[in-house]
Each structure stands twice: as structure tokens, then as C-alpha cells.
Design a protein around this ligand. Structure first.
Ligand SMILES: *Cc1c(COP(=O)(O)O)cnc(C)c1O
Length: 400
């Protein structure tokens, strides 16, 4: 991969006709070290946020040993890049074939589930040729929790509710060498209180089930920073999670896990796009809803932008973007703040696309390709560069 100091130097040297993904290995390394050093337990990288082998190696080199994989393709990919990593299959709905291959061919022992049917699938698929049940399964029961503090909900699809959880925990305990409870508070959780509510629910389920619990997995949802979304410091999340974890009725040596996706890789990548046409307040750019800007189009996500020309002198105004495909839905309302005199032929850098950005690119309409280049400057925003101060008073969650 080519190296450049920053986006401007890429544009000056290459004047790229197609979008370019700029990767910042130093930013991903810093995020990994932050979680490894400060989260009071084990941090699994949620591979779906960005399944790039280069990123896996950076995370591994900086202490991330466990990976949350959700499909057999993610299992194979992660295993091929990191032969010694611990892979945990945390999608609560899997095929028997996927479970079998993960267990027998790739050494996966940790599986999540949210129903008796899924438990039966896992038990059957991991039986040996003589019909003996596996004795080394590490099973996590996924609890449904609220997504009210998150920018993106994950509350409706997976997880058993509180009325079903105690019986499912008891049943799962019979097959599990190691039993955990997991949940996901939704992506980009803007308040640590999301985890307090979920851990309260976890406590209720465990108390009712009266089974030994070996692990609590608080899932993903740790935020990054975007325009209009400035979360409290991650240390606040870690402190509160730790306190509430300690108060749970679980085994004395129970482990605490989390599964960050976004927080580990959002700062890793940005994107350089070219303006192909301007129509008033709308810019037609060469990446969009079917490319790295899926979330900007489909869930109105705001990403930071900056113009890369030196000769733009007018004050900024609000723009919307159209992507390159022929589909009307290829539209990103923004607003994106750029100089008033920006025009066709100019370049824009769009930041914070390392999570659910670079990973979402499709080839629809022939617009999928993008070169990848390493740059050395700082990401457009960071939770890890020491620039963030204590939160405003209204962000501080009181401890109970
Ligand atoms: C998507 C996902 C994650 C990562 O979520 P982020 O919000 O990116 O941190 C973690 N665990 C599970 C089970 C997921 O589905």
C-alpha cells in the first residue's frame, strides 16, 4: 500500500478519478491499546464493523486476542489471518453447517444463542462421530435489552426477554462448560446508562435462574465521535460497567467481556471523493449509498467533511450529496458543511468511515472500486488523542 502524509498530498500526487480509502493504522492501534489497557475485562473486536485483514493484524499486534464473528465467512477469514486468535460466534441464529465447521475446523468454542431451538442446534452440530455431546462448549445466552440510548437500535431482532431467560439459562447450563450472559445495547450508545439498564436486567435474569454464571459480555455499542454526536469519555462507560458487573450474583472468578466494533475502527479510515457535478446546494460525488456512505444515506448519519483544495476562500454552507449510481436513493442529506465556492473537479475528504463505511461498499452499478492508501495524519476526530476533556455536567451519570 502507498503511504502519504495526508489527504491533500494524495490529491496533489494522484488526482484520483475514483474514491480512495485512506487508512490510519496508528489510529486503530491507539484505539486497541486503549481498550486493552482500560476496559476492566476482555475486549473482543466485532469483525463486521470492518473485516479488513490489515486491520485484524493491527488489532492483534496491539493486544486484541478475541474476535466476535457472526458468519462462517467471517470465521474463515479471521482464522486465515490470525491463526491463534480466539474466535467467538456471537450471532444468535446460525446454520448447523456453520456451527459444525466453526467447532470442528476452526476451534470455535464460544457460541451465543437466544432460544432453546438454537441450543439444540449447537448441541447437535458439535456432537462427535460416536454421538457424544461436546464437553467444552462456552455458551452465552443473549438477552434482549433496550436500545433507547443508542443511535442505531439492535433491540428488536435478537435476544430472549426476561420471562424466557431464566428457563433458557437453566437449560443451557446443562450443556455448557462455561455459561455467559450477553446483550447489545444498540450501536453508538450515547450514555453509559444504557449499560446500567442492561446489567440490571441481567441481574434479574440471573437471580431468577439461580445458575452459576461464568461470564458477562456487555456487547458493543461503545460510541465514536461524529458531528452532533459527542459522547462522554469512554472511561465513564468502563467505570460504570465495572461497578455494576461487580454487584452481580455471579461466580467469584467470572469474566467481563465487551465486543466493540465501531469504537475500535471508526477512526481508522476516511474517504477521498471527487465532485463530478454541482447543482445548487447539491454535490454529485463519486461514492455514495451503495459504497462507503451507506449510513449517510440510509440512517442519516452525519460524517465530518473537509474540502481539499487550497483555493476555496468563501465561507461554508450546507450541502447534500448525490452518489454515483443511477438510483434516486443514492442521496445523502447531510447537511455537509463545505466552502460556498466548491465546484466540479474539487475533492472532499469524508472522515470517520472506518466502521460500517469501508465495510459496506458494493459493486452496484459498477461503482465499487476504491484504492487504499495509508496516511499518517490524525483522524478528523478522535476519542483517544487526549484532546477530550471531562464531559459536560449533564453527561455525567450518577452512580448508585
Ligand atoms: C454489531 C455487533 C457488535 C459491534 O457493535 P458496535 O456498535 O459496532 O460496537 C458487537 N456485538 C454484536 C453481537 C454485534 O452484532
Amino acid at each position: 500500500m502507498q503511504h502519504f502524509p495526508d489527504a491533500r498530498s494524495v490529491v496533489r500526487a494522484l488526482a484520483p478519478d475514483e474514491p480512495v480509502i485512506l487508512n490510519r493504522p496508528h489510529a486503530a492501534a491507539r484505539a486497541a491499546r486503549f481498550f486493552v489497557e482500560k476496559f476492566p475485562g476482555k475486549s473482543l473486536y466485532a469483525v463486521k464493523a470492518n473485516p479488513s485483514p490489515d486491520l485484524f493484524r493491527i488489532l492483534w499486534d496491539n493486544g486484541v486476542t478475541h474476535y466476535d464473528v457472526a458468519s462462517i465467512a467471517e470465521v474463515r477469514l479471521t482464522r486465515s489471518v490470525l491463526p491463534e486468535a480466539t474466535l467467538c460466534f456471537m450471532h444468535p441464529v446460525k446454520s448447523r453447517g456453520a456451527i459444525r465447521e466453526a467447532y470442528f475446523d476452526h476451534g470455535v468454542r464460544t457460541f451465543s444463542l437466544d432460544s432453546s431451538d438454537e441450543l439444540a442446534k449447537i448441541v447437535e452440530a458439535t456432537r462427535d462421530a460416536d454421538g457424544n455431546d461436546a464437553t467444552d462448549l462456552r455458551l452465552c445466552v443473549r438477552l434482549r435489552v433496550s436500545s433507547e440510548h443508542a443511535a442505531l437500535s439492535l433491540a428488536s431482532k435478537f435476544g430472549c426477554d426476561l420471562t424466557e431467560a431464566p428457563a433458557l439459562l437453566q437449560e443451557t447450563r446443562q450443556y455448557a462448560d462455561w455459561l455467559g450472559v450477553c446483550f447489545h445495547v444498540g450501536s453508538q450508545a450515547m450514555s453509559p446508562f444504557a449499560y446500567v439498564q442492561a446489567l440490571d436486567r441481567t441481574r434479574a435474569a440471573i437471580a431468577e435462574a439461580s445458575v452459576v454464571i461464568d461470564m458477562i459480555d456487555v456487547g458493543g455499542g461503545f460510541p465514536s465521535v461524529y458531528p452532533g454526536m459527542e459522547p462522554p469519555p469512554l472511561e465513564d462507560y468502563f467505570t460504570i460497567i465495572h461497578q455494576h458487573f461487580y454487584a452481580l450474583p455471579i461466580a467469584y472468578n467470572a469474566e467481563l467481556w465487551c465486543e466493540p466494533g465501531r469504537a475500535l475502527c471508526a477512526e481508522y479510515s476516511s474517504l477521498v471523493v471527487k465532485v463530478e457535478k454541482r447543482r445548487g446546494e447539491e454535490l454529485y460525488i463519486n461514492d455514495g449509498a451503495y459504497g462507503a456512505l451507506f449510513d449517510a444515506a440510509h440512517v442519516d448519519w452525519k460524517f465530518p467533511v473537509r474540502a481539499l483544495e487550497d483555493d476555496l476562500i468563501k465561507p461554508e454552507m450546507d450541502f447534500a450529496f448525490y452518489g454515483p449510481t443511477c438510483d434516486d436513493a443514492d442521496y445523502m442529506p447531510g447537511p455537509f458543511n463545505l466552502p460556498e465556492d466548491i465546484q466540479a473537479g474539487d475533492y472532499i475528504e469524508i472522515g470517520m468511515l472506518g466502521a460500517y463505511g469501508a465495510a459496506m461498499k458494493t459493486d452496484f452499478n459498477g461503482f465499487g472500486s476504491a484504492e487504499r492508501i495509508i496516511v499518517e495524519d490524525e483522524p478528523m476526530a478522535s476519542l483517544y488523542d487526549g484532546s477530550r476533556t471531562r464531559p459536560a455536567a449533564d453527561n455525567v451519570v450518577s452512580l448508585r
